[in-house]
Design a protein around this ligand. Structure first.
Ligand code: DP6
Length: 326
């Protein structure tokens, strides 16, 4: 029987080229389609977990502040899975810090649940394989399954818990890409991803998006393996438009774009037409992730910062796997 104690881990958020939107099983977070992303090495979540039999409730601090009740509820439900795996019942003290602004539209749930999965399982004395850790992280937040392995990561869609996990298709050093994130708003989104996934099937376009997702995954995987930026740009923007078309046509509709988001999209298309290897993708928010080859990143970041409505730029290259700090 493992001895409960404390453990820390650090994970990177990821940005998807082929998006996860909609679940075949919401409770298990089994996605409607496979997805493919890269980890963002400069952005980090560091989390420490200590199970303590003296505690009367779960204690969660995020960026040195007590977490909101709904955040505690989500983390507690996740820790219940870990407690069940370890055969223990006591509550935990969890402290989580991001080195990037929360509410900046970065999918902090991806790095949050990847770091939590590793820290919590280490804290109860479990040593999971990468695959088992990715499956566990997926239960906290789907995209977290992709922050467990290193570099470029594909998360398989499947009908069972056992078969749906992320695995690396290429290490971080495979291709020097950068994500220049154009922040156009730091407000918290009205409808987050978890609610959004539940609305996906209300769009008449979701079935068409899902039916063609495997083909886009294959194109994207190939573009990454061959370092073919033009092919990556085309499939990333197509997949992004398909996901946002589903969002905009669900009931209720979700329109995440702001005027400045659209201005950035047009600018990136113009730059690419003029020869700069850059393309865009947006998650469930108005900020625009501009993916480019590292050699062009300084120029792209400067030009982005000149677009009216762009508040600031966050930059990151590729990142590695979730790591234990003990
Ligand atoms: C638009 O992983 O944030 O960023 O499982 O409910 O936490 P939950 O959803 P989440 O969904 C990510 C949606 C997305 C696209 C993507 O990252 O693939």
């Amino acid at each position: 029987m493992p001895k409960p104690g404390g453990a820390s881990a650090v994970a990177h958020p990821n940005i998807a080229f082929i998006k996860y939107w909609g679940n075949r099983d919401h409770l298990l977070r089994l996605p409607a389609n496979g997805s493919l992303s890269m980890n963002l090495g400069s952005l980090k979540t560091q989390t420490t977990v200590e199970f303590d039999r003296q505690l009367k409730t779960e204690q969660l601090r995020i960026n040195d502040k007590d977490a909101l009740p709904e955040q505690v509820k989500r983390v507690s439900a996740f820790l219940d899975i870990v407690r069940q795996m370890a055969g223990i019942e006591h509550f935990a003290r969890v402290d989580s810090q991001n080195n990037f602004p929360s509410g900046s539209g970065i999918a902090s749930s991806s790095s949050a649940f990847a770091a939590l999965a590793l820290a919590a399982t280490r804290a109860v004395g479990l040593d999971l394989s990468e695959q088992a850790l990715s499956r566990l992280a997926r239960r906290g937040s789907g995209s977290a399954s992709r922050s467990v392995p290193a570099g470029f990561v594909e998360w398989r869609a499947a009908n069972t818990d056992e078969d749906s996990y992320g695995s690396s298709i290429a290490p971080a050093g495979h291709w020097a890409l950068e994500d220049c994130i154009a922040i156009v708003s730091e407000e918290h989104k009205a409808i987050g991803s978890s609610q959004g996934h539940k609305l996906a099937d209300s769009s008449p376009l979701q079935a068409a998006r899902i039916a063609s997702a495997e083909a886009r995954l294959a194109t994207c995987r190939q573009a990454i393996l061959q370092r073919d930026f033009a092919a990556l740009a085309q499939v990333t923007e197509l997949d992004n438009h398909l996901m946002h078309a589903v969002m905009m046509t669900s009931r209720p509709p979700l329109l995440y774009w702001q005027a400045a988001s659209v201005a950035v999209m047009h600018a990136v298309n113009d730059w690419r037409a003029a020869g700069t290897p850059a393309c865009y993708t947006l998650d469930a928010g108005p900020n625009v992730h501009v993916i480019c080859e590292a050699a062009s990143a300084d120029k792209v970041a400067t030009q982005l910062s000149e677009i009216p409505g762009v508040v600031r730029i966050l930059r990151s290259g590729l990142g590695g796997a979730v790591q234990s700090l003990d």
